[in-house]
Design a protein around this ligand. Structure first.
Ligand code: PFF
Ligand code: NA
Length: 451
């Protein structure tokens, strides 16, 4: 397959350049773009968040994608061993291993709640197919969603199905097939989103949505918002998790890392902005609260599918594609954990996948209970779901991403890095400024301010 992951401990490589880019886009584009981005925008008050987020993608995210791939390609192992070996080779201590370890831990924590949201999407696919959205009003849409949240049994069932799908794909090593499908289905998701943006234009609130997304009210900006934007930039690009390091480890020398990183960042950002342009017109046209949180997409889109001609088919198609996008991300989240177990324990690929899957599933159960039975269980004042989300996005990801970029920019041989990146003098100076100063300073400044 394109993503050649076999059961031996010797690494294979991507069979083609395109195969790698497709897998990376598949990892990046997911629930983060369509579920998380819009509600984060809404909770943070709109355009100021969006603009800071775009800045974070370009100035911090891009250099870090490149750095993680470069590390992975040099190491050719799981993120932990890769960091340990590269550090040793360059005369640095074993502490750098923590970058790989923290990232792998983050991937594990994220997948646990990501699978719960994947379960929401599965449940909405079933609702769409059953015609539950037809003619639905905003109160009924809200009730549909809160009904799902209130039912541990339903959440558990769908979470389990999503996790089974993820584990199945990874264990059977059919990710190659999934990547071939990605080539077709990601663009399809883009097209259907564009269709929803088109619907947004008919609601009479499109202008308000554009304004909300792109005309900043800087008074809304504070350190919480900036940290949220930075964290989301990491989350959406699959950074700071060892995922891109792991993907880079399957990479041959022929790929232009800089151009590939640009492709991934543009594709990811485009899908997120389209999701925003699709959702906020519906929010404003129906007088919904943009700040309502994680349910935003699940409450707004049914209103549109319930009104438009062919809404049933479109709704089914949309949620099916969303689930597909979520799966190409979730398999990438499982990958570093599996790779670690496979290379550091006697377990083979299938056993590693099952162990990682069961552990993630169990933590996911704790996450889904925080919407109902355990909503009063607070740790540091947060329920388990919020804790997993914040601990990863606002701390682990930026910290590990920072480690990766600092390592590449400051501790690897400069000329070797220049050649790895295939950059000329001018391009390399730009890289140096971003990678040595701008990106690390950005992350540190944001951390500093939010403490
Ligand atoms: N980037 C994915 C998204 O936006 O949905 C989520 C994700 C996938 C995060 C893989 C991290 C990761 F390693
Ligand atoms: Na994303």
């Amino acid at each position: 397959g394109a993503l050649a992951m076999d059961a031996t401990k010797v690494h294979d490589h991507w069979s083609s350049r395109l195969g790698f880019i497709i897998a990376a886009v598949g990892s990046a584009v997911g629930l983060g773009n369509i579920w998380k981005f819009p509600y984060m925008v809404g909770q943070s008050g709109g355009a100021a968040f969006v603009l800071v987020y775009l800045g974070c993608i370009a100035l911090i995210g891009l250099p870090i994608i490149i750095a993680e791939w470069l590390i992975g390609r040099r190491g050719q192992k799981n993120p932990v061993n890769t960091m340990a070996e590269l550090a040793k080779k360059n005369g640095r201590g074993r502490g750098w291993m923590l970058v790989g370890a923290g990232g792998t831990l983050a991937a594990f924590l994220i997948l646990s709640f990501y699978s719960v949201i994947g379960g929401w999407a599965l449940s909405y696919l079933a609702e769409a197919g059953a015609g539950s959205f037809s003619g639905i009003g905003k109160d009924a849409a809200a009730a549909l969603f809160s009904g799902l949240l209130a039912s541990p049994a339903r959440l558990l069932a769908w979470h389990s199905v999503f996790m089974l799908l993820t584990v199945g794909v990874v264990a059977m090593g059919v990710s190659g097939g999934l990547e071939r499908a990605t080539k077709l289905l990601m663009p399809a998701l883009g097209v259907i989103l564009l269709g929803m943006v088109g619907y947004g234009m008919t609601t009479g609130s499109f202008g308000a949505a554009v304004d909300y997304l792109f005309t900043p009210d800087w008074s809304k900006l504070d350190s919480t918002v900036v940290l949220a934007a930075l964290g989301h930039a990491f989350f959406t690009l699959s950074l700071g998790m060892g995922v891109m390091i792991a993907y880079g480890s399957y990479l041959g020398q022929d790929i232009n890392l800089v151009r590939a990183a640009g492709t991934v960042a543009v594709a990811d950002t485009t899908i997120a902005l389209c999701a925003g342009l699709a959702i906020f017109p519906i929010v404003f046209a129906n007088g919904l609260d943009p700040a309502s949180g994680p349910g935003l997409v699940f409450v707004t889109l049914p209103l549109a599918f319930g009104k438009i001609a062919g809404g049933l088919v479109l709704g089914v198609l949309f949620f099916a594609l969303l689930i597909f996008a979520a799966l190409t991300s979730s398999i990438s989240l499982l990958e570093p954990v599996v790779e670690l177990l496979e290379e550091r324990t006697p377990m083979g690929r299938v056993a590693s996948t099952v162990v990682a899957g069961v552990a993630t599933w169990a933590l996911g159960v704790a996450a889904l209970l925080s919407f109902n039975a355990w909503s009063e269980v607070l740790i540091f004042g947060q329920n388990i779901f919020d804790l997993l989300d914040k601990l990863t996005s606002k701390f682990l990801l930026p910290a590990c991403g920072l480690g990766a970029i600092v390592f590449v920019a400051w501790f690897l041989d400069r000329e070797g890095v220049r050649q790895d990146l295939g950059l000329g003098r001018a391009g390399f100076s730009v890289w140096n400024v971003l990678a040595r100063y701008v990106a690390p300073a950005g992350v540190i400044a944001v951390f500093w301010h939010s403490l």
